[in-house]
Each structure stands twice: as C-alpha cells, then as structure tokens.
Design a protein around this ligand. Structure first.
Ligand SMILES: C[S@@+](CC[C@H](N)C(=O)[O-])C[C@H]1O[C@@H](n2cnc3c(N)ncnc32)[C@H](O)[C@@H]1O
Length: 224
C-alpha cells in the first residue's frame, strides 16, 4: 500500500496502535508544549479536536490549561482510540465528549460553535485534497475570533533531522501503515493557500524528528 491512508484504513491502523501511540510523546512532547504555549488556552471557551488519539492532549488541557467551565469535544475514526480517550477523560464527562466519526464530512458540530480547533499529528496523515476540505470544516466550526492550532511532522531543515525525515518519507511511500500513515509535510503554505492568517509558526526538533507548530485564524473576507 502506498499514498495517504483513507479514514477507514487509518481507523484500522490506530485500532492496532492503541495505547502505543503515547510512546510518540518522546518526539511529540516539545512540540505539544509549544502548541500549549502558543494557543492561549486560558482564554478558550470551547475546544474541538480532530484525532485526539488516546486523549493525552485533552487531559492536559482540561487539567492544566482550560478555564474550569470550558468545554471540549474530540472526534476520531478509531473505535479503540475513542474508547481509550473516553476512559481517560471520564473525570470531565460533564464538559468533555469524544465522538466516533467515519471520516465523512461535514464533521459533527454547529457553525461557529468553538473557539479552538486542534489537530496534533493528524494533518500529516490526511490526503492533500481531504486536508483542504477539513480546513474548510475548521473554518465553519470556529467562530470569528477562533484559532486553528495544528502540529504536524515536517521535513527536517538540517543535519540528522533531514536524514530522519527523508527516511521517514521513504517508509511512508513503501507502506504508509509502517509509520502510522504520517509523513513530514509543510503546514504553513497549506494554510496560507486556504486563506488562513498565520499568527504563530515554529519548528521544533526532538530526537532528530522535526515538528511544525502553527496557530492561525480565519482571514476575514473583505477586511471586516
Ligand atoms: C498520529 S495519531 C495522533 C493522536 C493524537 N492527536 C496525538 O498527538 O497523540 C492520529 C489520530 O488521528 C485519528 N484520525 C486519522 N484520520 C482521521 C480522520 N479523518 N478524522 C478523525 N480522526 C482521524 C487516528 O485514529 C488517530 O487517533
């Protein structure tokens, strides 16, 4: 199998990965910390997350970053991940929910119902055309003052990180399932082309794996 995984294929892969996903924190941790700094979550009222996996980021948000009455909703295609995330977030059951989705669009959720839209290491596994449609959905779900907060694998810029990302992409081309469907991508150009205004962008390296962190807001039509 080569090329991006379909949502159904991603569900099978992540049903098998399950809790092992949390080991990725080895290289994801510093980038997630940067996202938590840049996303201004202390001011968030309602958070939407695409692909929360085991719910590790949601747990950190709910316990340490969000106001005590802020709401959280995550949607994931993997039944196993949905079960793990629900278990992890049971303490916040009154204001946190996780829904199983099948990858079809539109995503569940009201227009303008959220002020943060998160996706950590999810855009790097989506097919390019699907990513564009998911970004349109993010725009629909976010209110005008909302922030899109993304992290993904990105090509290394120098030395060992360049070698690691080239090897990673080769494995992905061979069979995307080997690397959980993920490959290094450039988020910023994708967002700019889709009409987002970049408010924060950085690249963080851990264990020679590079991650791009982007916080963006919907560009207002006609400069309103
Ligand atoms: C690489 S894992 C990242 C999990 C988590 N965000 C983290 O950083 O640990 C990707 C997650 O996205 C989910 N996923 C993949 N495609 C999806 C889609 N089209 N819609 C919703 N979730 C998806 C997978 O089931 C998996 O839980």
């Amino acid at each position: 199998m080569s090329g991006a995984l379909s949502p159904r294929e991603a569900a099978c892969v992540y049903d098998r990965i399950g809790r092992l996903q949390d080991w990725q924190s080895l290289y994801e941790g510093p980038a997630i910390a940067e996202l938590l700094r840049a996303g201004n979550f202390a001011k968030a009222r309602s958070v939407y997350e695409l692909g929360p996996g085991t719910g590790a980021l949601a747990e950190r948000l709910l316990s340490d970053y969000l106001p005590k009455d802020a709401r959280y909703r995550g949607v994931d295609v993997s039944p196993k991940m949905v079960r793990l995330a629900r278990e992890r977030l049971h303490r916040w059951a009154e204001r946190a929910r996780i829904d199983l989705v099948d990858g079809s669009l539109p995503l569940p959720g009201p227009d303008g119902g959220y002020d943060r839209y998160l996706a950590a290491y999810v855009f790097d596994l989506l097919a390019p055309g699907y990513s564009v449609r998911v970004l349109e959905e993010a725009r629909r779900l976010l209110g005008q003052a909302g922030l899109l907060c993304l992290v993904s694998l990105t090509p290394g810029r120098s030395g060992s990180s360049r070698l690691v990302s080239a090897g990673w992409r080769r494995l992905w081309q061979l069979d995307a399932r080997i690397v959980g469907g993920c490959r290094p991508i450039d988020l910023a150009p994708l967002l700019i082309a889709a009409g987002w205004e970049i408010r924060h962008r950085s690249v963080v390296q851990a264990w020679s794996v590079s991650s791009e962190i982007v916080v963006a807001s919907p560009r207002l039509v006609g400069g309103q």
